[in-house]
Design a protein around this ligand. Structure first.
Ligand SMILES: C[S@@+](CC[C@H](N)C(=O)[O-])C[C@H]1O[C@@H](n2cnc3c(N)ncnc32)[C@H](O)[C@@H]1O
Length: 197
């Protein structure tokens, strides 16, 4: 277990060195910040949950702990080595790890909506079209009573969230390096209501 943890951390650090704007963080999210974010919603009632930006899998494990046995988690990660490592260490039939951009999450849903989307993507450093495509997609694929949980290291995308959701709540998780802004977005607005800045 310890070697695996070291391997995950090393792969994450290497990924950060190779693609700093894509990874956007030096350290994996702390366990405390992961629980603080997941505590913002009741995932035990969700049937389909999407995760954007698997990284070392800290959220993946936390989400699976909270999901019911008949739920499913579809987790997206563009770094193939990280995706393979997390998948190999998480033998859970509810989990599917997809080596593709979260921009294409809608293609993996099989028609139904997502009840929750959990994202630790670095929206402020991703190439602008990628971040915008993902932010535009989430209200389209989320169930009307679904929830979008987002971890960020700045308030840079708050206006983008408020333009796409009628309800956006923010708390700070101080026990993370750096302290994290955690958002719970609900009541997705329809395309005609969206007023993206
Ligand atoms: C800030 S790291 C968070 C990793 C992990 N969830 C954690 O907290 O430790 C962001 C992760 O998102 C991944 N990523 C970046 N762009 C992506 C995209 N378009 N689709 C899916 N994953 C992406 C990166 O490779 C990286 O692993």
């Amino acid at each position: 277990m310890e070697r695996l943890d070291l391997r995950r951390r090393m792969l994450f650090a290497l990924s950060m060195l190779k693609n700093p704007r894509q990874v956007g963080a030096v350290w994996p999210t702390s366990r405390r910040a992961v629980s603080d974010l997941l505590d913002m919603s009741d995932l035990s009632r969700a049937r389909t949950v999407l995760e954007f930006g698997v990284g070392t899998g800290v959220y993946t494990a936390g989400i699976l702990q909270r999901l019911s046995q008949n739920a499913r988690l579809i987790a997206f990660e563009v770094d193939h080595e990280l995706a393979d490592l997390v998948f190999s260490r998480t033998p859970d039939p509810r989990l599917r790890v997809v080596k593709d951009s979260a921009e294409r999450a809608g293609e993996y849903l099989g028609g139904g909506p997502a009840d929750a989307v959990v994202s630790s993507l670095p929206f402020t450093t991703l190439p602008p079209p990628v971040g915008r495509n993902i932010l535009d997609l989430v209200p389209e694929i989320l169930a009307p009573d679904g929830v979008f949980l987002v971890l960020q290291y700045s308030r840079g995308i708050q206006a983008d969230l408020e333009a796409r959701f009628a309800s956006v709540e923010r708390i700070i998780s101080p026990l993370n390096v750096p302290p994290a802004f955690l958002y719970r977005c609900m009541a997705p607005l329809g395309p005609e209501e969206v007023d993206a800045p």
